[in-house]
Design a protein around this ligand. Structure first.
Ligand code: GAP
Length: 467
């Protein structure tokens, strides 16, 4: 792992148009990030792969795109109004706010921190001499609970009856549509509903680039099963999650792990949760790494459907067409963070290599099917019209089939360096020989080897490379 990997990835993201600080010309807005041309392409590819793998390719899955604003009763039923809280403490010296549980976790570990009750957080911080991260004083207020949901007003008249929340998870849009989908889509339990969309949480301590932000995207599945089938299906989803990260996204297996939640760590709705975690380089040197949650895999039981039945007064039970059994299905929930997945792909792809001439290159080794640009096309020289028109024709030929980019800036060496940092798997150069024999050089990003390929054979040659 290169030194200061995180800083290098953040710098590359800005330099090469993956991720910019939000609202930068106005001095920014803390912890907001905008995906630039290459970042938005990468994010779209992650979402498309996820949707294809988990929704389109499966016979027992359907998709949904529900509204962000929901009837506030949803959040009473889901338990978010009562329980979606973090313990907040203030530093009495510098008045900054922090998450008491996170400060404890860093000092005494996740397991011990999880059993410290709200009213014991202040005392434990003092006993353990845990200082304020900002001013280093050890002088804390009592911990208070802080609800993480963003509130806003709907309509033109302000008043508490118009208050609505920005959804803190996409999941509830799925639960409130369970009956609609059962009634209209010929689905039978076991089946799942997948959804990709924005969620909002007023996090007390956002940070680590796009890892923890207040506005983020989730890719969630609620999979409805008969309680007797739950164990078997849970294991299947665990295997599916691994396939997605390692085979579909190409994340290195040694950088991933599954971790089961302790009972004190569980969310208010969950009977069992495994997290898929990635080895993030959140320290300043390669010696420091932090396993961070990429995906949760929760057993939500029948909690949500039962709560929505109670609060809406609607019958949400399912009648099995074969056995006529009437019951509330249980739910297995694989819930992925989209921005964290993109961050993982960026970190995992970052490589520094020493070249034969002792220079260094930075190369983003994205899985070719995921790369924002798949093929870059260059004319050898940028001021030779015959080369330019031939190269333009090659570019037009490939554009309908691959994500392509035209590049005629600087010399070919500089173009390679830039495309390596964008992670483009193949660079095609049109040179003087191309005019004679209708062939081009194709340079492989990872091996840097060049092959001569006939122009008419390019699509077939490249098609084998993007599985
Ligand atoms: N519906 C279940 C649910 O929302 P969660 O563990 O709170 O579960 C699921 O969130 C995923 O969403 C996490 O694994 C993480 O990848 C992502 N996520 C949660 N909070 C986030 C934040 N503040 N910023 C970025 N991603 C976040």
């Amino acid at each position: 792992m290169p030194d200061n990997l995180m800083e290098k990835v953040v710098a590359l993201c800005k330099r090469r148009g993956f991720v910019y600080p939000g609202s930068e010309i106005y001095g920014g807005l803390a912890n907001t990030w905008d995906y630039g041309p290459y970042g938005s392409a990468l994010k779209k590819n992650v979402k498309d792969l996820w949707w294809k793998h988990f929704v389109e390719d499966k016979d027992d899955m359907v998709g949904l795109d529900a509204a962000i604003l929901m009837n506030p009763k949803t959040w009473e039923a889901s338990g978010h109004i009562a329980s979606f809280t973090d313990p907040l403490i203030d530093c009495k010296k510098c008045n900054t706010r922090h998450r008491g549980d996170k400060l404890l976790e860093e000092k005494i570990g996740v397991e011990k921190a999880a059993i410290v009750k709200l009213d014991a957080i202040q005392g434990t911080l003092m006993d353990e001499q845990i200082p304020c991260p900002d001013c280093k004083a050890v002088d804390w207020t009592e911990a208070k609970t802080f609800n993480l949901m963003f509130k806003t007003q709907q309509g033109v008249v302000e008043g508490s009856q118009d208050e609505v929340y920005l959804r803190p998870e996409t999941a509830q849009g799925i639960f409130v549509n369970f009956k609609n989908i059962i009634d209209t889509c010929r689905v039978r339990v076991p089946f799942g509903i997948g959804q990709i969309g924005k969620a909002f949480r007023n996090e007390i301590t956002p940070g680590n680039f796009t890892f923890r932000t207040r506005e983020f995207e989730q890719m969630e599945i609620e999979y409805f099963v008969h309680p007797d089938q739950k164990k078997e299906k849970y294991e299947e989803w665990k295997a599916e999650s691994k396939i997605f990260f390692t085979e579909k996204l190409g994340v290195k297996t040694e950088n991933l792990r599954f971790r089961e939640h302790d009972s004190d760590e569980l969310s208010h709705y969950s009977a069992m949760t495994f997290d898929v975690e990635y080895r993030f380089p959140f320290g300043k040197t390669d010696a420091v790494e932090t396993w961070g949650e990429l995906q949760g895999l929760a057993d939500r039981g029948d909690y949500d459907l039962a709560q929505h039945e109670k609060f809406s007064g609607k019958n949400l039970k399912y009648r099995d067409p074969h056995t006529n059994e009437v019951y509330l299905p249980h739910v297995i929930e694989p819930s992925f963070g989209c921005d964290r997945t993109v961050l993982t792909v960026l970190i995992d792809a970052y490589h520094e290599e020493k070249l034969e001439d002792d220079s260094e290159r930075v190369v983003m080794k994205f899985k070719p099917s995921l790369a924002p640009v798949q093929v870059a096309v260059f004319p050898l020289l940028k001021n030779k019209e015959v080369l330019i028109s031939k190269a333009r024709a090659v570019h037009q030929q490939l554009k309908p089939h691959f994500r392509t980019e035209w590049d005629d800036n600087g010399n070919v060496g500089k173009r390679y360096r830039r495309q390596d940092e964008i992670g483009t798997p193949f660079c095609i150069t049109v040179d003087f020989d191309s005019l004679e024999n209708e062939s081009v050089t194709v340079r492989d990003r990872d091996t840097m080897l060049q092959e001569r390929v006939k122009i008419e054979a390019l699509e077939a040659y490249l098609a084998t490379k993007f599985n």
